[in-house]
Write a protein that binds this ligand. Structure first.
Ligand code: C5P
Length: 225
């Protein structure tokens, strides 16, 4: 059997009807599809409730936890009632926080976020980092390995580098199959991202904006060429 390409569709909306539409219209036989819910949806009035009832879907809660160890742990405990398969924490929360969370995350896979795909070398300088993107992401991947995290998020540009240090799942946002990049700076086309070694692609607006079914078809065509 041919292995299906895996994508997480970023469900970035607070509108339950829109989310239901996204889920319905991204169903297809060619791709393995999971659904990513971020801060926007999970903090919305009906978002959490919706997620507590969802069944038989691969769920990625993109909380991007970034805090002291105790608060990180409490946050994970507070969402234990939800059936979450993947959960994100910023690797820059530090090794202690990562290790402490991994200890209590149970069946939920803990994903370390390296450096946001909306940042480039200039942005890092502005924040005060002296390392460039590749150096920083490499260090973060090493830390994720040390903390025994289950997956990391990085851009597809860095996948080849991080694969030297991190041997579990690699998840890459910043995917574009047209010239429109929006706020993303480190973008890669889907086919190239898999070629680089990404296990999962996170795709939001290129699928959810406009005609969803048509966008999924365009993606499938792009991958089959
Ligand atoms: O619409 P677009 O495809 O740019 O959506 C990308 C999704 O991936 C967003 O939900 C964003 O929050 C998330 N993400 C990202 N970069 C990271 C981690 C997550 O763009 N490093």
């Amino acid at each position: 059997m041919i292995k299906k390409n895996k994508i997480f569709v970023a469900c970035d909306s607070t509108n339950i009807l829109k989310i239901k539409k996204i889920i319905k219209e991204t169903q297809n036989t060619k791709l393995k599809v999971g659904y990513k819910f971020g801060l926007e949806f999970l903090n919305s009035k009906n978002g959490r409730n919706f997620l507590s009832k969802i069944k038989n879907k691969i769920i990625f809660a993109d909380l991007k936890i970034h805090d002291i160890p105790n608060t990180c742990i409490s946050t994970i405990k507070a969402i234990k009632d939800l059936n979450i398969n993947y959960l994100t924490i910023h690797i820059s929360s530090g090794l202690d926080a990562l290790k402490a969370c991994k200890k209590i995350s149970g069946r939920t896979k803990l994903i370390g976020v390296t450096t946001l795909t909306s940042l480039n070398n200039k942005s890092l300088k502005e924040i005060g980092y002296s390392k460039n993107i590749n150096q920083l992401v490499s260090l973060q991947a090493k830390l994720a390995k040390k903390a025994n995290l289950d997956a990391i998020v990085c851009s597809a540009h860095e996948v080849k580098i991080v694969k030297r240090f991190f041997h579990k799942e690699i998840i890459t946002p910043g995917i574009r199959f047209s010239t429109k990049t929006d706020d993303q700076k480190r973008v890669v086309a889907p086919k190239q991202a898999y070629k680089n070694g990404s296990d999962w692609l996170v795709i939001g607006r290129p699928i959810t904006r406009g005609n969803i079914k048509k966008n999924v078809k365009i993606l499938i065509n792009h991958l089959s060429q």
